[in-house]
Design a protein around this ligand. Structure first.
Ligand SMILES: NC(=O)c1ccc[n+]([C@@H]2O[C@H](COP(=O)([O-])OP(=O)(O)OC[C@H]3O[C@@H](n4cnc5c(N)ncnc54)[C@H](O)[C@@H]3O)[C@@H](O)[C@H]2O)c1
Length: 297
């Protein structure tokens, strides 16, 4: 598959990531006039995504970010479906963004790779599962890879293109060109590694921030200030953890430790304490900071 052969892009999974990946493809790839199908096995998820997309485009026009004509073109190119199999069958490029469950993803890859064209590129947006986990059940795994977007996918420019041992060079280059054609800044990761590149670097920063806090070297606020004012981070590591969820940090490190057995990968005792107290960040009203008082944060 070459970039010029990609006409129909099918996003499977109409959740938080899928709806934004689909919209990004239609909106920022509009010069390519991609036909984008967003599908999900749950009708309520499709309905929700359709409603969100209409509202989002209306807002873009109201803010003069796109013209009404562009909005009409994007709306025409964006379609919604409950029929995952029929959608996959017409795809040139599939981006899988369903629930993070190995068994369910494997079942999906096995099914759709038989239904789609033999050279349709199949990318998984999984944050934690490398495409090798699906290669044995995927027909023609040379077109299988990770295409990892960041949340929110309409805003964050990075896309990590991850090569599995089964992935062809042509697949890597076409996926990279595709991401670039939708306004993204793709990078190529040459070997599979849990967490890929950006999240591993972020994990190292978060690990050091927690270690400094554990040792009483500086406070949560001062460590965040050091990163924001000294390193120009848009947000310190504790504020970021509150935003993404302290529970997410806990689960990722717990699973990584279970896999590696390396003490370094263990969740910080302070993270475990917060997790056990149910103080998971913004979503619970309290994490490293208190959001119930509507203070400065
Ligand atoms: N949320 C993030 O910050 C983030 C960032 C990068 C990557 N990811 C990855 O993206 C993927 C999706 O995450 P999300 O946060 O959008 O999840 P989500 O729970 O918001 O959405 C998942 C969607 O998948 C649908 N689904 C479940 N099983 C399905 C099936 N068998 N066939 C079709 N649809 C099915 C659900 O109905 C739901 O709409 C995960 O693999 C996750 O690791 C998430």
């Amino acid at each position: 598959m070459t970039i010029d052969q990609i006409k129909t892009v099918v996003v499977i999974g109409a959740g938080a990531m899928g709806q934004q990946i689909a919209m990004n493809t239609a909106l920022n790839g509009r010069a390519k006039n991609y036909k984008v199908v967003i599908c999900d096995s749950f009708p309520s998820a499709v309905e929700k995504a359709q409603k969100w997309a209409a509202e989002y485009l209306k807002g873009r026009v109201a803010r003069c970010r796109i013209t009404q004509e562009e909005c009409d073109q994007i709306s025409e190119n964006l379609s919604f479906s409950n029929d995952v199999d029929a959608s996959a069958a017409k795809a040139d490029f599939i981006i899988e963004a369903i629930i993070e469950n190995l068994k369910i993803k494997r079942e999906l890859f096995q099914r759709i790779s038989k239904l789609c064209k033999p050279d349709t590129i199949i990318g998984t947006n999984s944050s934690n599962m490398v495409s090798s986990k699906f290669a044995d059940v995927t027909t023609n795994p040379d077109r299988l890879l990770n295409v990892h977007y960041f949340n929110p996918a309409l805003v964050m420019k990075l896309v990590e293109i991850v090569r599995g041992p089964h992935t062809s060079e042509n697949t890597i280059q076409t996926a990279k060109a595709f991401a670039a054609s939708t306004g993204k800044s793709p990078i190529i990761i040459n070997k599979e590694i849990p967490g890929f590149v950006a999240n591993r670097i972020n994990a190292a920063v978060t690990h050091e921030a927690c270690s400094l806090l554990e040792k009483g070297i500086a406070s949560v606020e001062d460590i965040d200030t050091a990163c924001e004012k000294g390193l120009n981070y848009p947000m310190g590591p504790f504020k970021l953890m509150d935003l993404t969820g302290i529970d997410v940090n806990y689960y990722v490190r717990r699973d990584r430790y279970a896999e590696s057995g390396d003490e370094y990968d263990k969740p910080s005792p302070l993270v475990v304490e917060k997790f056990k107290k149910g103080e998971c960040g913004r979503k619970t009203g309290k994490g490293w900071y208190d959001y119930t008082t509507q203070s400065k944060k």
